[in-house]
Write a protein that binds this ligand. Sequence first.
Ligand code: ZN
Length: 677
Amino acid sequence: MNKLLFSTMAIAITMSSCGGQEQQAEKPFDYSVDKFADIEVLRYRVPGFEELSLQQKELIYYLNEAALVGRDILWDQNGKYNLAIRKTLEGIYTNYNGDTTTTDYKGFVEYLKQVWFANGIYHHYSMDKFTPHFSQEFFAEQVKAVPAEQLPLADGQTVDALIEQLSPVIFDPTVLPKRVNQAAGVDLIQTSANNYYDGVTQKEVEQFYAKMKVPGDTTPISYGLNSKLVKRDGKIYEDVYKVGGLYSPAIEKIVYWLEKAQAVAETDGMKAYIAKLIEYYKTGDLKLFDEYSIMWVEETASTVDFVNGFIESYGDPLGLKASWESIVNFRNAESSHRTSVISENAQWFEDNSPVDDKYKKPEVKGVSAKVITAAILAGDCYPSTPIGINLPNANWIRAAHGSKSVTLENITDAYNKSAAGNGFNEEFAYSQEEIDLMNNYLELADNLHTDLHECLGHASGQLMPGVHDDALKEHGSTLEEARADLFALYYLADPKLIELGIVTSPDTYKAEYYKYIMNGLMTQLTRIEPGKDIEEAHMRNRHLISQWAYEKGKADNVIEYVTRDGKTYLKINDYEKLRTLFGQLLGEIQRIKSEGDYAAGSALVEKYAVKFDPKLHAEVLERYAKLNIAPYKGFVNPVYTLVTDEAGNITDVTIDYTEGYIDQMLRYSRDYATLMK
Ligand code: ZN
């Protein structure tokens, strides 16, 4: 539940305020790799990799391999037909020798790029099935031209049967239309096309897992996290992801590379938690996963760190099943000073938050925060990636053992540099005053928002006895993100940050407030298709906060819509009052979470997070289209290569940034195919 996605979108940032770090002469780095549909693919740099020790580089290399071999797991989790569709589309692409200028072919290539980006046929953010802009006839004809051994034919399946099987899944908008359905009033499991369940109803799922819960258990395992729930012959079974279980061919390879990593791990603590992770992958025992999580969170000495596992549950409308992901990274020592100061003062922030005392943590344990440099992104973190992560997710582990919070600065940096000068702020900000605020302070304010959201926001507060992690059900993710965002927003404006020396100007927070409100009420709507509601948890959270603050502040005109030359703008008239409102909402959402008050949480989400003015939406879409900016971005990874001497000893690991998007996707499908050969 604790992944922060990039929310700034395409805000232009000049580097003037932070020029100090930008002084060294650098070769110009081309961040843009590819652009299609609503996507721009970027590349990111890995500064500091060359300076790592040989052992650290080798460790990263093995962990990277352990990350990349898990790719097919996520594809399969995201939809039953994804792997077969990928193989079929890639077969067409690599064998095609017809006219590349036709509408069909161009539509086909765009579709393939979209499917690669989303790890399947559903948009990574809206969860809607992609609409192919090529004909079903073109598809059938091209499949027939692919050599049969390059097609994903099941035993005895003919090419015609394959075409018949896949065509409705790709072309019929009514077949499996949505990966994650959050719409109220229907069976969320049966109307979601993810591959976490087969043949079961929402009620059966809820009953199945309710039975597993032990009343009064203070260390509950995350039931259902690493399995698919299926009905066979009228009985319900969990198919567990493990060696010898579901996804075994992929997990065996992950284990192989983790064992290599274990041998060159930096510290004994790291060696031990890798060993535990391997044991968990071999058995599927979620108790071992908790033990691993505790060991992982308590190991803070090593420079290199990684996540590799079934972690986040955004892909399941009930928030039980976790998608597979991996990120390998190393500490950015310079920037980590900022997060250390924040985490050292975690108790002060907790004690002074505008939340009822009984919902506060009496003792904030082991919140460790660092700024990291990502070395590889994989699974559910690739190509679309978070800019901040706070783990583990189990509340009782966070309360008793703490959590690790990271800000991915090389990723944020790539977003910002690639967006510089794109005209976004000039189009949407109310006046030069707001543009200047953002130009001067937004880079620091955004990074700080991420630090505070991850390190303190998610880590704050406590549940009342007997309240379960999943009490808020389908609204849990939205409300959890809102809680973390509000914590960050509230404290961004606190004089304590100046006292701690993290912020110098008292106007810094205003840049974030303005951007947040503008994004929450207006510009994030660029990601929504006409006629649709807001669905994604982070977007719902931002709309909830902004809309609530707008309505509650109406009497005092805190936030105002202004129309000028036919265009709508947002103006914040009272920043201090806005902070007070953020504090009030934080208090209420923390209460909802602590009490497990589903009814109140649901009412907040339904009232403030989902619906918006269609007229404003149309206007925003029109203004945005003129800027020609892709609303979603993601990344290709660098390529790492082992260098060995004549005797076969490893002498170095090199890094290369030149691989393109299509090449990387085809290479991954070739070299890291585990579940679909
Ligand atoms: Zn978060």
